[in-house]
Structure formats: C-alpha cells, structure tokens
Write a protein that binds this ligand. Structure first.
Ligand code: HEC
Ligand code: HEC
Length: 210
C-alpha cells in the first residue's frame, strides 16, 4: 500500500514536471522551425525592409507568443487592408500548436537584439520626444517595454515598422478585432497622434532609443 502510494506520488510529480517543462519554450526546437521564417526576417531575426518584415530578434517572449497567436487566430493579419499582416498570417499558421509557438518565441527572444537598425523616417526628433511622454507610461522611458502593463519593447524596432503599426492602429486595421485585449489598449494611444507628421516624429524619436 505504502509502496503504491509512493509510486503514485512520484508519478504525479513526474507528470507535473513534464507539464511545466512543456509550458516553457525550447529554443532549440524553435530554431529548427525558424527555417521558414528566415527568408523574410533574416538569419539573425533583424528583419528586411525590402520584404517589409520587421526585426523580431530579442523581443520579449510573452509579446512574441501573443502576436503569433493573434496572427493564427486572425486577430491580426486578417483585415483586407492589412497588406503586410496578411503576408505574415500564413507563416504563423505553420506553427502547429501553443508549444510550437512557445518554442519559436524562446528562440527569437534568445537572438541578440543589440544590432542597430538604420534610420529611414524623417521626423522632428524633439517634437517626437515630447509626444513620447504619453507613451512612456506603458512602454517605459527608454522604450524597453513593461510586461506588467503588457506593453512591448519598442527600442530597436525599425522606424518604418513603427510608423506602419501606428497607422494600422489609428485606422483600426489593428486593435479592433474582438479578442484583441491589448491591441485595444494601444489603439486610443495611436489616435492621440494627430497626423502622419506626428507619427513620423515619434517613430524617429523611438529609433534613437537603445
Ligand atoms: C513572407 C515573409 C515572411 C515570412 C516567411 C515570415 N514573416 Fe513574420 N512578418 C512578416 C511581415 C511582413 C510582418 C509585418 C506584419 C505587419 O506589418 O503587421 C511580420 C511580422 C511578424 C511578427 C510581429 C512582430 C511584432 O513586432 O509585432 C512576428 C512575431 C513574426 N513576424 C514572426 C515570424 C515567424 C516566427 C515566422 C516563421 C514561422 C515568420 N514571421 C515568417 C513577413 C514574414
Ligand atoms: C496604456 C498603455 C500604452 C500606452 C500609453 C501606449 N501604448 Fe503602445 N502598446 C501598448 C500595448 C498593450 C501594446 C501591445 C498591443 C498588442 O499586443 O497587439 C502596444 C503596442 C505598440 C506598438 C506595436 C509594436 C509592435 O511590435 O508591433 C507600437 C508601435 C506602439 N505600441 C507605440 C506606442 C506609442 C508611439 C505610444 C505613444 C503615442 C504608445 N504606444 C502608447 C500599450 C500602450
């Protein structure tokens, strides 16, 4: 009886460890599935402007997982006006399940994020700095992101990608689908930016942050 009980406990513990281990991503497995992503995002995850693909190296795991799930579920990348999101969506659909997404996120997050990205957007950096005062409440003073507020790291992202997303949020191409809890929090913030000039300014400023 006692022996059976001990076996039962250790089996249960074994299952519990197996479950918690599978919840975390395995970067090596993610790397193996990255072959399909590499064509657009580059071997180092630094993105490719010519292919409209942003930098994904070094982003936070929780944000990467959320976006990959959003693309899969059609919360992002399903709007007919979302030209670039629609290119990404079928790629997210190649990730079979939540474990494959966790593995991919773990791999992408492990890639060095510190390589600089070239400035491409002309904007008034000091006006952008003033506009960024609102943004820093969630994204942080140096745009490092804030998990507790669900706001991703923006520092190091390409300025043209920041501009595109701010326009997408403003136009409701992103942040309006039911189930998009966090996109809906971001959308009113993009609406604060009055015009394209204001968007360029804040993107040019964020691009100066490390
Ligand atoms: C055909 C080119 C292409 C391929 C291949 C591709 N992507 Fe993308 N990806 C894009 C584009 C374009 C965007 C930008 C979408 C937008 O502007 O909303 C994007 C966006 C993303 C984002 C969102 C980044 C952010 O900051 O929100 C993630 C994460 C991502 N891709 C991961 C992947 C992964 C993982 C794979 C492989 C399974 C992959 N991509 C394959 C083109 C591609
Ligand atoms: C109330 C908190 C909050 C404020 C303030 C805020 N954001 Fe966000 N932002 C978010 C959240 C949450 C997300 C993640 C949305 C998602 O998961 O799709 C986000 C996402 C973004 C993205 C998309 C990043 C990517 O990789 O695709 C950009 C760009 C962005 N914010 C820029 C800004 C700018 C610029 C401002 C100031 C004008 C700002 N945010 C103010 C919460 C905020």
């Amino acid at each position: 009886m006692n022996k059976l009980f001990v076996v039962g406990i250790s089996l249960a513990l074994g299952i519990m460890t197996a479950v918690s281990a599978s919840a975390a991503g395995d970067a090596a497995k993610g790397k193996a599935s990255y072959a399909v992503c590499l064509a657009c995002h580059g071997a180092d995850g630094m993105g490719n402007k010519a292919l409209n693909a942003p930098k994904i190296a070094g982003q936070e795991i929780w944000y990467l997982e959320r976006q990959l799930k959003n693309f899969k579920a059609g919360i992002r990348g399903a709007d007919p006006k979302d030209t670039y999101g629609m290119q990404m969506r079928p790629m997210a659909l190649t990730l079979a399940n939540d474990q494959a997404i966790a593995d991919m996120a773990a791999y992408l997050s492990s890639l060095p994020k510190d390589k600089p990205t070239a400035a491409t957007v002309k904007g008034d950096i000091s006006a952008g700095k003033t506009a960024y005062m609102i943004c820093q409440a969630c994204h942080g003073p140096t745009a490092g992101g804030n998990r507790a507020l669900n706001a991703p790291r923006l520092a190091g992202l390409q300025d043209w990608y920041l501009v595109r997303q701010l326009k997408n949020f403003k136009a409701g191409v992103r942040g309006t689908k039911s189930g998009d809890t966090y996109g809906m929090q971001m959308r009113p913030m993009a609406m604060v930016l009055a015009n394209d000039e204001a968007i360029n300014n804040v993107a040019a400023y964020i691009a100066t942050l490390k």
